[in-house]
Write a protein that binds this ligand. Structure first.
Ligand code: UTP
Length: 302
């Protein structure tokens, strides 16, 4: 098996986030916090753990808070220094390790995920790269770190792009890109075809594409000149379908827990889950939830 390095991770963060209005009118969806850390930071940490050294953010006019978050904040650092608050200073310094570089590219119109990735093409070169959608939050360091590593190992064997997949409910297939799978082993499939958001009853399978990708140059080439697809957007799914003719496409089934934080319910679930394990608040929060549950079961109790 050849040694493969994936140095670059792309974060498309230029979507409109309409499912989360009005919160996302002036604040990027990816900056919504889960307890005390914005979604995009969880995704960045996951990519850095997997070895990414160059982080490419595809942003838009309303997303400056993201580049600010990964930049220095001299006023804040100065104030913390004056107070002697070393702990919080270390927290700020750890947001992006010094060895990691951030690059920002603007997507001038939200023409779709495929278009956002194509915007990054000029700096991607020919090497494979990860794509992480920050609103898909993968629970737990082990699972999330392992997923990108697994994808890299599959790429090392196949030299093609690799998708992260999840088994979704029949009623939910129309919210996902769906694959036509051929089993390779327990967790790996070769993808024969893809369809974007099929109607219930028309899906090839129940394996949906989730927000982690390992993409190759063939996919970037396939994005060139692609016509808008479902929803009038330039669809990554269409580029992947095109690229299958040139490079084998595989998927790995993620069996950890994922929260779709682009939806209100997924976001709320993530806040509860992370609140219950957060060092600072977990005990108080567990007591609060316990009380709340007792009240829900027996509304006469207060
Ligand atoms: P979503 O499908 O979640 O779309 O995009 P959205 O616009 O962000 O949210 P809703 O549906 O209106 O609530 C998936 C990912 O692709 C990025 C988004 O930022 C998100 O991370 N994206 C989407 C772009 O960067 N540019 C686009 O034109 C579209």
């Amino acid at each position: 098996m050849s040694e493969v390095r994936v140095r670059t991770a792309v974060f498309p963060v230029a979507g409109l986030g309409t499912r989360f209005l009005p919160a996302t009118k002036a604040t990027p969806k990816e900056m919504l916090p889960i307890v005390d850390k914005p979604l995009v930071q969880y995704a960045v940490e996951e990519a850095v753990r997997a070895g990414a050294e160059l982080l490419v953010f595809v942003t838009s006019r309303t997303k400056n808070a993201i580049s600010d978050h990964f930049d220095r904040s001299y006023e804040l650092e100065r104030a913390l220094e004056d107070r002697g608050d070393r702990e919080k200073l270390a927290l700020l310094e750890s947001i992006v390790p010094e060895s990691v570089h951030c690059v920002y590219i603007r997507q001038s119109h939200p023409l779709g995920l495929g278009h956002a990735i194509a915007c990054a093409a000029p700096i991607l070169g020919k090497d494979p790269f990860y794509v992480l959608l920050a609103d898909d939050l993968l629970y737990g360091e082990e699972e999330s770190g392992a997923l990108l590593e697994t994808m890299k190992a599959i790429h090392a064997r196949t030299a093609g792009p690799v998708l992260a997949l999840e088994s979704v409910e029949e009623s939910e297939v129309s919210r996902y890109g769906i694959v036509d799978p051929e089993a390779v082993d327990d967790r790996t499939v070769r993808v024969r075809r893809l369809q974007e958001k099929p109607r219930m009853g028309e899906a090839y399978s129940r394996l949906g594409v989730i927000g982690r990708y390992l993409l190759t140059f063939e996919v970037l080439e396939a994005l060139q000149g692609l016509e808008p697809g479902v929803g009038g957007e330039i669809q990554l799914t269409d580029a992947l379908s095109r690229a299958i003719a040139r490079a084998p496409l595989h998927g790995t089934v993620f069996d950890g827990r994922r929260f779709d934080c682009g939806s209100k319910i997924g976001y709320l679930q993530a806040c509860v889950e992370y609140g219950l394990t957060h060092d600072e608040v977990r005990e108080e929060f567990r007591d609060y939830l316990g009380e709340k549950l007792r009240f829900l079961v027996d509304p006469k109790r207060r």
